[in-house]
Write a protein that binds this ligand. Sequence first.
Ligand code: PLP
Length: 231
Amino acid sequence: MTREEEIARALADVEQSIGAACASAGRGRDEVTLIAITKTYPASDVRILAGLGVRDVGENRDQEAAPKARETEDLGLTWHFVGQLQTNKVRSVVAYADVIHSVDRARLVTAISREAVKAGRELTCLIQVALDDDPERGGARPADVPALADELAAAPALRLGGVMAVAPLGEDPGKAFARLRDLSQSVRRAHPEATMISAGMSGDLPEAVAHGATHVRIGTALLGRRRPFVR
Ligand SMILES: *Cc1c(COP(=O)(O)O)cnc(C)c1O
């Protein structure tokens, strides 16, 4: 099997599970956007995915994402940055990312806004929420989300898109995603435009779609199990 055939087959399977999850949740397939997470895989895989109709791709490390986005610039894809973001990487990320999923503190809002204004770009930002107490995984505490949402919505060159989370380890993902949806509802009371819910990875896609995910971030199920990235 060629790499293209392999990815086409995996994509068909992922499409099938998204479709099934939407159907059992009584949601339309067009309510959920598939973001292909391409970390550790080469730009040639991004090109194959694009050829198969995928328009949204995501990465979690700037060092890897920046060159990959540059190599595939001609494809006009929407780039999502989904990893923890240090302020010293913001300028680089703002140059190629259309959506940043991992905004979890006010300092980051200020930095992204400043760089977006300088670059003459408009970015959509999601607030990453910590659904457990593990500081390793990043995310704002639920109690801090409303204030952060206000800051984001008011920041020049930024659009508040909604919320994002990674399901905690060792908990039923459905329960965690239900909390994320509640939080999304309270954010939308103050900011009706913030409709995005970024949730669901290869291991918990159906649970995420059942609980209102509008964007699922799928890596392994599309491209295979990751090996350590070698450059
Ligand atoms: C790697 C990654 C994903 C994709 O995870 P898979 O289990 O490979 O589908 C999704 N979201 C974030 C934030 C990631 O870092």
